[in-house]
Write a protein that binds this ligand. Structure first.
Ligand SMILES: [Zn+2]
Length: 140
């Protein structure tokens, strides 16, 4: 799953109001089923990473260190190793997260194929983050 989608899903899970640690753990755990679903990934990982950082910064700006932020951080955290792999810091065999290492089958269906699709996916994710902030955006 692309990172912006993980950020959005984690933010939604964090908005459920279970606290920061639980939000982070639930977000982290959500990465596996989302990676298992057939999905499209962004052609350009840098665009995905940049939009993800913008969404995380937006969540922080609106809610500080809220469970929404912690849910989003937990959900996207496993993709940090994908980023390290894509920039050549670690090798394919160095990945340890189960859906990245091949231990659990990754449900990849292809690449987004167009910038318009990636922008649309980013906007939908941003919308989900906005919903998450409306539901649980307080910083307690
Ligand atoms: Zn992943």
């Amino acid at each position: 799953m692309c990172s912006v989608t993980h950020v959005a899903a984690g933010a939604l899970l964090g908005s459920l109001g279970e606290g920061r640690l639980v939000a982070f753990l639930i977000g982290f755990g959500s990465h596996i089923p989302l990676d298992m679903l057939p999905h499209i990934d962004f052609e350009d990982f840098r665009f995905d990473a940049a939009v993800s950082v913008v969404l995380l910064a937006g969540i922080y700006a609106f809610s500080g260190f809220s469970p929404v932020l912690w849910g989003a951080l937990g959900a996207v955290a496993p993709d940090f190793e994908n980023l390290l792999w894509k920039v050549g810091v670690i090798r394919e065999e160095g990945k340890i997260f189960p859906t990245h290492s091949g231990l659990i089958k990754h449900g990849k269906a292809g690449n987004a194929g167009s910038l318009q699709t990636e922008i649309a996916m980013s906007l939908v994710s941003a919308g989900l983050v906005a919903v998450a902030l409306l539901i649980g955006g307080s910083s307690n």
